[in-house]
Design a protein around this ligand. Structure first.
Ligand code: HEC
Length: 130
């Protein structure tokens, strides 16, 4: 009985957290399987050439698995901004990122969801790199 109560409280708490996030985050992240697979395809088509097919970077751009791209340091909004307006080199020496044409805000949200899911699965590399 006590265990059941605890489980119930846990579920209630999780529900409250979800509601709280929904209120504070203007664009709740959709992590459905279809969004993630669409995000993966869009990533490979538009970002992979610089950020790497495994998100570990290339000679042209930085790894998204660097801890500098943790959500608390580069929030999802940073992805929208970088893709739409480009990004001046400031963390690395790869040069500036150009704006990326041909993808809309929904596409960028899917890409961001995909990047977050890989970050969670793979963990982070130290920044600056060793
Ligand atoms: C032509 C190469 C290139 C392509 C293509 C590219 N990027 Fe980048 N991106 C870069 C470079 C270089 C930087 C690092 C700038 C720096 O020194 O901080 C960067 C940085 C970023 C950042 C961090 C911006 C910040 O606020 O610091 C985000 C987010 C990002 N890219 C997202 C993307 C996404 C999403 C795509 C695909 C839609 C993409 N990039 C495609 C080169 C690229």
């Amino acid at each position: 009985m006590i265990r059941l109560l605890k489980a119930g409280a846990g579920i209630a708490l999780a529900g409250m957290l979800l509601v709280a996030c929904g209120v504070t985050d203007s664009a709740p992240v959709d992590r459905s399987a279809s969004t993630l697979s669409q995000g993966a395809d869009l990533y490979q088509a538009n970002c992979m050439v610089c950020h790497g097919s495994d998100l570990r970077g290339t000679d042209l751009g930085p790894p998204f698995l660097s801890e500098v791209y943790r959500p608390n340091h580069h929030a999802d909004a940073a992805f929208l901004l970088a893709v739409q307006t480009g990004s001046r080199a400031h963390h690395w020496n790869f040069g500036d990122m150009p704006p990326i044409a041909g993808i809309d805000a929904d596409d960028i949200a899917s890409i961001t969801a995909y990047v977050r899911s890989v970050q969670e699965a793979e963990g982070f590399e130290p920044y600056p790199p060793p």
